[in-house]
Write a protein that binds this ligand. Sequence first.
Ligand code: UGA
Length: 435
Amino acid sequence: MKIAIIGSGYVGLVSGICFAKLGHEIVCVDKDEKKISSLKSGVIPIFEPGLAELLAEVVQARKISFTTDLRQALQNSAAVFIAVGTPQGEDGSADLSYVLAAAEEIAEICAEQKIPQILIVTKSTVPVGTGAKIKRLVRETAPAVDFLVASNPEFLREGAAIDDFMHPDRIVIGVADEKSRQIFAEIYQKFPTEKLIITDIASAELIKYAANSFLATKIAFINEMADLCEEIGADVKQLARGIGLDSRIGEKFLNPGPGFGGSCFPKDILAILKVAKDSGVKLSLIDQVIASNKNRQLRMVQKISAALGRDVRGKKIALLGLAFKANTDDIRYSPAIAIAKELLKKGAIIRATDPEAIENSRRELSGVEFFSDAYEAAKGSDVVVIATEWQQYRELDLARLGGLVAAKKIVDLRNVLDAKKVDAAGFEYGFIGGK
Ligand code: UGA
């Protein structure tokens, strides 16, 4: 099936390349000429494990092409996915201007080119009611155009996106008619039918926000449990296992840490709050999750300060990890960045490193020295702080590290090290949720 995908950002690219791998004929469209010409030469503008290799494979198989011309992309396409950005608006709501502009352009082209019936799908995370808005907009812009509207939210984790796409727990499809359902059945024909969850459009839109809100709540919960464990001398790892093995709770997303970040959870929980407020519903639990997560970063700063004997002024802190989580170069709402800023304000000297996120961090953090690896960053430091759970940091050579630092102290905000080994290497060890 020929499918057009508007927006070659993270979601659009991963979806486009994976759809192509499934055998569809994909045309990725973006207004950014530089991005398109780089993609045409096989260079991916984002860091996502395995994506460049998969792109090379589908390019070789002639299953994907890139263009700035939506006209060409819509010719003979059965469906067009809108995967443009939905940045956070000033009041917390998702800014739909790119989504609606794309829908309007589709309408104009379909009218002008007399394109037969086309399915318009939102892949971007959009508030409830967006499908209905698109329907009205297309109808008003081009009354003669034959089109269908649907919602197909993505559940891709950065760093694990290909696996999430190819082996999903479920595929949520919000449709208003039988024809749209049939098109989706063809798009996802390689997946077992029981994976396809067919809903109405509004429910599909809400499922995306609700899923992210629930996961964020789970993280806030385990982080607060970690605080409690620290005070009463219990171990949060054991606690997480003890509750997680109850299949009603589940083991995943119970890793305590410096709080959730990234381009999705922080933005989506604000957006669901706005949706609820506009509908006169109070989501008090979500309010609390936001407050709890904000508090988290301050608590992490206190933890680091305590390891340094309260005053951090003039102290050298080796900060290992800047990305909001491992396997990405994304620093949006990264707890590591927020913590670094707070420590800088308090007069600390930050020596930072990250395997992928240094370039992005340079734009965000001034007054920080960046180093290519953990050992360089650790030289002469008063404390080593692990803020992102990169594999490199799990495998730190503690003997080597011990020979480089000024004081043998580690604060592990991701619980990636083995306490016994850290102890044996002569380090003072601070971690999350235990004594
Ligand atoms: C998240 C969801 O997991 C995806 O399903 C969803 O599609 C995506 O948002 C989106 O809306 O596009 P992502 O933001 O890439 O994906 O990252 P996650 O792996 O979910 O992590 C989010 C944050 O929670 C990170 O800061 C991570 O470190 C933190 N986290 C996650 C924890 O602190 N503990 C955990 O146990 C899990």
